[in-house]
Design a protein around this ligand. Structure first.
Ligand code: CA2
Length: 145
């Protein structure tokens, strides 16, 4: 089996399912984890699923992915719109990157229209709720068959 697909989620996504369900849905991050694991298993793959509220911890995991992962799926949350450090880490990771978002940031406030992460991503999946993660895992698996 190829190396696992790292699925990383950024700040505040631990709150999923508890607030703003009209934007982010009713499902929890644990539901998202299970869905990603199931989609990966259906493709003969594994995921390493992690969430952090800390930029440096996300960067440590992105650096770790260079040796331990075949591809990276990342929902950078708010950091996508602000973090050049995460962009730099992704560019150095040496594995394909798929960016995903639960909502469609392009249809929201103007400050969400650009993400730095997209500059390092092969593609972006946005607006499908939990399915954005499943589709991103599938895309990442397809990039690293
Ligand atoms: O749509 C997405 O997945 C976002 O990455 C979510 C970020 C937002 O800053 C991006 O523009 C788009 C926010 C994550 C906050 O997650 C929460 C979940 C439940 C309750 C409160 C916040």
């Amino acid at each position: 089996m190829p190396k696992p697909i790292y699925v990383l989620s950024g700040p505040n996504l631990n709150l999923l399912g508890t607030r703003e369900p009209e934007i982010y849905g009713h499902q929890t991050l644990e539901d998202v984890r299970k869905a990603c694991e199931a989609r990966a298993a259906s493709l003969g793959r594994e995921v390493v699923f992690r969430q952090s509220n800390h930029e440096g911890e996300l960067i440590d995991w992105i650096q770790e992915a260079r040796d331990k992962a075949s591809a990276l799926v990342i929902n950078p949350a708010g950091y996508g719109h602000t973090s050049i450090a995460i962009l730099d880490a992704l560019k150095a990771a040496g594995v394909p990157v798929v960016e995903c978002h639960l909502s469609n940031p392009a249809a929201r406030e103007p400050f969400r229209r650009r993400t730095y992460v997209a500059l390092a991503a092969t593609g972006v999946v946005s607006g499908f709720g939990l399915a954005s993660y499943e589709l991103a895992v599938e895309a990442a698996a397809g990039l690293t068959r």
